[in-house]
Design a protein. Structure first.
Length: 348
């Protein structure tokens, strides 16, 4: 039997009612609407609950595009959107409201930071990496090393070639880093924050996200144009945006299971009531007694220590969820109270 629920795209800083249809990857459309709570609203749709971890890549890609298009549609209507982690399903409207209630202080605090701001992603790549490599190979230290190899009486070995290659790579990385610092220094003057992303291949020089005020978008674009002109053909620049602040703030909802909490509680030898100090003390005690250094030669000592760390993580998450719900640092670990605190809202 197909199970349905609420798919959450993100949260807006408004209680305004939104109701529109988003195109799906088939010829169908899906109704998108909002669920309000005290001045904020979750942007949701009624969707079949699917396991994204086992989905084909092409289907996953289409759903990701839909997720982004819905958020950008809400932004185009003039709303600030705090995006939700891709693939977040909640059981029903009441559960969505519970998420907003528990994450309210966290959400509204972030909303203040991102209100009237957008993310713009900037990628800079080498215009002609072959020319850059030739330029690097002509640097004094590398050129002299190669000349010494060719002038020597010994045959050039594989180790010699590897050393020369490493020298070229090091010089290329240094040049890349210098350019990246220059790009960031220039663009940070018109932005609020910078997030560096991983360079996907050797052609990339910089891959950064910038958080900036909406009113500064034109000024930001002018800065990028100036950089593009300054580097002439050496670098190519590409901007993507405006976007919601994916790189800086993305909400995550974790639904915990009592069986996991019960296992963690037993692993750290805790009773039905504890707080952060008791949990930390129990963790340190268990970690010390199970550490391989204290159990030389003992079979399974490393796994036991890993289990202790996992148990501590589960209990820590549950403690944070209790604090979100009741603003308390002491909480019940029994099953009867668990359902009240089974949802943890965090930001990545």
């Amino acid at each position: 039997m197909t199970e349905t629920g609420k798919y959450i795209y993100g949260v807006t800083n408004s209680h305004a009612r939104l109701d529109f249809y988003a195109p799906m990857y088939s010829s169908e459309t899906e109704r998108v609407h909002t669920i309000p709570y005290q001045g904020i609203s979750a942007v949701v749709s009624d969707s079949e609950i699917v396991d994204y971890t086992n989905m084909r890549k092409d289907d996953l890609g289409r759903l990701l595009v839909k997720h982004q298009q819905v958020i950008e549609k809400v932004m185009s209507l003039g709303h600030t959107v705090l995006p939700m982690k891709f693939g977040t399903f909640i059981e029903d409207e009441g559960a969505v409201t519970d998420v907003l209630r528990k994450g309210y202080n966290l959400i509204t605090g972030i909303m203040e930071k991102i209100d009237n701001k957008v993310e713009v992603d900037v990628v800079a790549t080498w215009g002609d990496i072959t020319s850059v490599i030739r330029e690097v190979q002509g640097e004094k230290e590398i050129k002299e090393f190669k000349e010494q190899l060719l002038a020597g009486s010994k045959k050039v070995t594989v180790d010699d070639q590897m050393k020369a290659g490493l020298m070229v790579q090091k010089a290329l990385d240094k040049k890349r880093e210098q350019h990246a610092v220059q790009i960031q220094s220039e663009l940070k003057t018109v932005s609020e924050a910078i997030k560096e992303h991983e360079l996907m291949d050797d052609t990339m020089v910089a891959n950064c996200a910038f958080l900036l005020e909406k009113l500064k978008q034109d000024e930001f674009e002018r800065k990028v144009d100036e950089l593009n002109a300054r580097f002439e053909e050496k670098l190519n620049f590409r901007c993507v945006g405006p976007l919601p602040p994916y790189s800086f703030y993305t909400l995550d909802v974790k639904k915990m299971q009592y069986k996991d909490l019960d296992w963690a509680k037993r692993k750290l030898k805790l009773g039905d009531f504890a707080g952060s100090p008791e949990i930390k003390k129990a963790y340190r005690r268990a970690a010390l007694s199970s550490h391989p250094d204290h159990n030389p030669g003992a079979s399974g000592a490393e796994k036991e220590l890993d289990d202790v760390k996992k148990a501590y993580g589960i209990l820590t998450d549950y403690g944070l969820a209790c604090q979100q719900a009741d603003k308390t640092d002491s909480y019940s670990l029994d099953e009867e109270e668990f359902e009240k605190n089974a949802v943890l809202v965090t930001v990545k």
